[in-house]
Structure formats: C-alpha cells, structure tokens
Design a protein around this ligand. Structure first.
Ligand SMILES: Nc1ncnc2c1ncn2[C@@H]1O[C@H](COP(=O)(O)OP(=O)(O)O)[C@@H](O)[C@H]1O
Ligand SMILES: [Mg+2]
Length: 259
C-alpha cells in the first residue's frame, strides 16, 4: 500500500508500511556505555529523493549511518535498507557509502582505488571504465588519475572518496559530509551530480553542516541529541516555525522540544 502526496509541488510516494522505502527505522538505538548516541529513532526515507540530515556535532548522524551500512551494531530497534533488515547481506552492492573520515588507500593511485572498489563490487570491466571516466570528471581529477592519493591535497582525497562510494552506481548512497573541504565551485558540481543521481531514480542520503545545501534537499531531517526534532521539506520546516531560513527553523524546533 502506498500513498502519493504532493509537497511543495513535488510528488512524493510514501509506502505506508515502509517496507519498500530506501530506509526505514523503527526505534533504532545506539548506546556507547552511558551515552545514548541514537535515541529510539523512527525514520522513513522514500526512494528516489535527496534526503539531508542536519544537526550539530554529536547529534548522532554518523552513528545512524554507520548502523545502516552495517559498521555498527544497534543496541536495539530495527533498521531496513531497501527492504532488507540491517545488517544487510543481499543488497550490499546496491548501496554506496562515503564515510566522514576517509576510507581510501593513500599508497594507491586514484585509479587503483577506484578499481579496487569496483572489484569489491564485482563490476564489469567495461562498465567500470565508463563510470570511472564519468566520476573523474565530476570530481575534477581526470588529470590526476595516476597520482598517488598520498600526494593529493585533503580536499582532493575527499573527492576520491566520493567517487569510490559511487563507482558501482548504487541505488542508495549514504554520504557523510560529502562537501566538507570542497571549494564552492566544485560543490556546485557535486550538487548538480546529486540531482542527476536523483533524476535517475537513485536515493541520496547525506549529512551536511551547510544550510545553503540543506535547503536543496527534498526532505530535511533535523537531528539533535540522537533524536529527530523536525522533518519535512525546507519550506514546510520554515513555515512550521515561522522562519525564513533553515538555521532559524532548527533553533526554533530545538527550543520547542527543549533539548
Ligand atoms: N565509537 C564511539 N564510542 C563512544 N562514543 C561515540 C562513538 N562514536 C560516536 N560517539 C558519540 O556519539 C555521539 C554521536 O556522535 P556522531 O554520531 O558522530 O554525531 P554526528 O555525526 O552528528 O556529529 C557523540 O556524543 C559521540 O561522541
Ligand atoms: Mg558525523
């Protein structure tokens, strides 16, 4: 069963039970000793949208994503990605993940890193060549294809990490702060690419500190202290708080819930 709703002029299909969503969380919780990093989080992310998670440092964004990609075991609750219960096994190559802290090999070249990821995902060689060319252009590193990653700047390494997450053309991609340290011009290029992915029916789930980026997402989830304190289209969130920017909307939501 599903319903189609119109939000800000965009048609958004939501599966009522959530089983067909890109992500579906039911009271997902993660404790580190006494600290509750993710606090019984309920969340549904439909397929084919750009979803932005925003919130201050320590609000549980990275921990949530790590549980979804199987790097952390939840303390309790349930999580489904593409309808499969986490930790997923069957759908692994349908998912891409760019960690907040870089996970590429500095003693390999850019090309070798991309090739390694393509092999992990058992990609066809011809398809790999095509994707590599496309992604190197997006990250503006075509000329540095054969450079050792250790010789690249921090921002360049970050861009390689993004390309590695996308090389196998995943259906759902989790990008943890993909644009940190990326210069403004290239950020625009990244965002155009995220919109291209969405146009191809992919689901892009990202975290960001930049409110000018959050506003470009279809749906924004506001996290604070491991909880979702607000969710909706940027316009809905601003209307609900009688504000004109997402930063103020966030502050108002945080005051309302008193955390
Ligand atoms: N491996 C860990 N061990 C202990 N505490 C952790 C660990 N990972 C994250 N935390 C804590 O969990 C909380 C949420 O962190 P995180 O998910 O990284 O937040 P965000 O990504 O929103 O900045 C923070 O208080 C952080 O210090
Ligand atoms: Mg984080």
């Amino acid at each position: 069963m599903s319903e189609v709703s119109e939000r800000d002029g965009k048609k958004i299909k939501r599966t009522l039970e959530g089983e067909n969503d890109a992500v579906h969380l039911h009271k997902l919780r993660k404790e580190f000793d006494d600290l509750v990093a993710v606090d019984d989080l309920d969340l549904g992310i439909e397929r084919g949208i750009l979803y932005g998670m925003i919130g201050p440092n320590g609000s549980g964004k990275t921990t949530t994503i790590k549980m979804l990609v199987g790097l952390l075991r939840p303390t309790s609750g349930k999580a489904y990605v593409l309808g499969e219960k986490v930790p997923i096994r069957d759908n692994i190559s349908r998912i891409g993940y760019m960690p907040q802290d870089m996970a590429i090999y500095t003693d390999l070249t850019v090309h070798e890193n991309l090739e390694l990821f393509s092999e992990l995902y058992r990609m066809d060689k011809k398809e790999f060549k095509r994707r590599e060319k496309e992604l190197l252009a997006v990250i503006d590193l075509s000329e540095r294809k054969d450079s050792l990653v250790s010789q690249l700047s921090g921002g360049m390494k970050h861009r390689v990490s993004l390309a590695c997450a996308l090389i196998h053309d995943p259906e759902v991609v989790f990008l943890d702060e993909p644009t940190v340290g990326v210069d403004p011009e290239l950020r625009v290029g990244f965002w155009n690419y995220f919109h291209d992915l969405k146009a191809k029916g992919k689901t892009v789930i990202l975290t960001t500190h930049y409110m000018d980026e959050a506003v470009k997402c279809d749906i924004v989830g506001m996290m604070r202290s491991g909880r979702l304190i607000g969710e909706g289209t940027p316009n809905e969130l601003m209307a609900a708080t009688s504000t004109t920017d997402l930063e103020s909307a966030f502050m108002t939501m945080a005051r309302k819930v008193g955390t």
